[in-house]
Design a protein. Structure first.
Length: 19
């Protein structure tokens, strides 16, 4: 479950940089 939260944070940060 914690890994999913970390993955979600990384994906959200990546999409923020791409935007």
């Amino acid at each position: 479950m914690l890994g999913l939260i970390i993955y979600y944070a990384c994906a959200s940060e990546t999409s923020w940089k791409l935007a």
